[in-house]
Ligand binder design. Structure first.
Ligand SMILES: *[C@@H]1O[C@H](CO)[C@@H](O)[C@H](O)[C@H]1NC(C)=O
Ligand SMILES: *[C@@H]1O[C@H](CO)[C@@H](O)[C@H](O)[C@H]1NC(C)=O
Length: 283
């Protein structure tokens, strides 16, 4: 059970997730010097930020942010070759629904290429992304397809993908041998059975364990409305209102499909039920 534990910790997901909170005051005690990450995780905040920095350097909107490209490049897109990958199956439904919704709005606003090319605000936003070192984005927006892709990646990542990463954390981490965040002994170097004495000394101690349970429980709370149920309505024109109504209808059907799937799954996976997905990264 624990022989591979050193391969599993610390997990990138938890690290990336915590990093999203970096600028949030409420949660600064998580990543401050001597804070939760320093206490509960082997690599501490310095190690965590190093890993995030390294990963961020290779993260591209087009390659990694776009779900279809990401599944393809990881070689997991084929549902026949790899059945039972619930994240892929549910997330694809949601990706397509978000993309359709975004396309309706974007194509309505930019009904000519000239409007898009000459819109200083949308082009300025793209330059801001470049300055913030986002990769895999065009130099300028020349077609609505390009806008739709970038906007879909942002909405998908901060709603669907965030939910997938976030809401499984308590299940994954609260039992330390499953995902130990720390190791107090040297790593096992062979496959010989480990002694109970070693395990007890090596695994996170009592304080770390309760800390991990508490934090992952807090992180799992939903603090905004669900996807497609916006707190503020900004667009009142007919096309935008209708696009939202069909998006909400589509999310209802997706919910039914996922509930059906849940009935036949050997392990339930209802994390990506649209009504469970917050519309933003919100804590
Ligand atoms: C993004 O995709 C590229 C190309 O497949 C890959 O080399 C890189 O490791 C990925 N980065 C992340 C953070 O997943
Ligand atoms: C999914 O299935 C599990 C176990 O069969 C059940 O406990 C859970 O309520 C189901 N969730 C939904 C949303 O149907």
């Amino acid at each position: 059970m624990v022989k591979n534990c050193h391969n599993k910790f610390p997990t990138i997901q938890l690290l990336l997730f915590i990093s999203l909170f970096y600028f949030s005051k409420a949660i600064s005690s998580l990543v401050s010097t001597g804070g939760w990450v320093d206490k509960a995780m082997h690599i501490g905040r310095t190690g965590m930020f190093n890993i995030i920095k390294k990963k961020w350097e290779t993260w591209s909107v087009k390659e990694n942010g776009s779900l279809v490209n990401d599944l393809r490049r990881r070689g997991v897109e084929d549902a026949e070759a790899l059945p039972g990958y619930h994240y892929r199956d549910d997330a694809l439904l949601l990706w397509n629904a978000i993309q359709t919704y975004v396309a309706k709005i974007v194509e309505n606003v930019y009904d000519s290429k000239k409007k898009l090319v000459e819109d200083k605000e949308i082009q300025g936003w793209l330059q801001e992304l470049k300055e913030a070192s986002f990769k895999g984005i065009p130099d300028t927006f020349k077609s609505t397809d390009e806008v739709v892709e970038v906007v879909t990646v942002f909405i998908f990542t901060s709603s669907v993908q965030h939910a997938a990463v976030n809401f499984g954390q308590y299940n994954q981490y609260a039992y330390p041998p499953n995902y130990p965040t720390d190791l107090h002994e040297s790593r096992p170097t062979n496959k010989e059975p480990l002694t109970e004495d070693y395990l007890v000394k090596a695994l996170p101690n009592k304080h770390q364990t309760t800390d991990v349970m508490m934090i992952t429980d807090i992180l799992s709370q939903k603090a905004t409305n669900s996807l497609g149920d916006f707190e503020t309505q900004y667009a009142y024109d007919k096309t935008s209102v209708n696009a939202l109504i069909s998006f909400q209808g589509e999310l209802k059907s997706i919910s039914e499909i996922i509930k059906q799937r849940n009935n036949t799954r050997s392990n339930p996976y209802d994390i990506l039920l649209p009504e469970h997905i917050p519309n933003a990264i919100s804590i």
